[in-house]
Ligand binder design. Sequence first.
Ligand code: ADP
Length: 242
Amino acid sequence: MNAEAPDRTLPAFRCSGLAKIYRTGETEVHALRGVDLIIPAGEILVLLGPSGSGKSTLLNIIGGLDRPTSGGLFYRDLDLVAMDDAELTRFRRANVGFIFQFYNLIPSLTAEENVRLVTDIAEHPMDAADSLSLVGLADRRDHYPSQLSGGEQQRVAVARAIAKQPGVLLCDEPTGALDSSTGTRVLETLANANRTLGTTVVIITHNVGIAAMAHRVFHFLDGRIARIEVNDRPIDPSGISW
Ligand code: ADP
């Protein structure tokens, strides 16, 4: 057996006893209180729970934007806790695509130029035009963000995130600013990346209906995972009721 071959059965993420305490002056906020979690590779995961229950904190930590106060965290066979800042940045650049509620596009660049910002520096990028085709915006590549609707701008953000072919897409309220029909189209682009590229997709949402497209749903409560639901039949985003 080739010892160099990647182990495809490894989960995307493994967290054990993950805790995060934010200290501001005298006050301590326990944002995560010992999270044990396995995120299988190639799945769509939805994180639900009340505001302040720790969802964004977990997403930022697994994405290498922040560090836990204690506990263990692996991406595949990479120990994220042991990494220094430069290694964590390299991990993030190579493996993680982020999508936030607000699209963070550069207004003075076209859709394609926004995507190129990533493809120009990524190790194994897809063509910027192909990435825009995957989100259904091939004919809008020369448009500026101000010439696109909110949903179209978010799809450019998805194209930008998937263009570097990351192992995982981490999405914090990706449809939070969108109405249901444009939100559905954005969710379809995420499901499409999962299906065609095998990307693991983690979505934080307040919209309980979105859970129906997930393979697994993690319910957060007060810095812990209160419940995990496994969904054997994830539905197409077009069937989600808002
Ligand atoms: P959610 O995403 O579920 O709304 P968060 O992870 O954003 O929850 O927040 C969890 C808790 O941590 C909240 O009480 C929040 O106020 C606190 N928190 C988040 N980020 C910070 C920070 N940078 N400094 C201090 N407290 C924070």
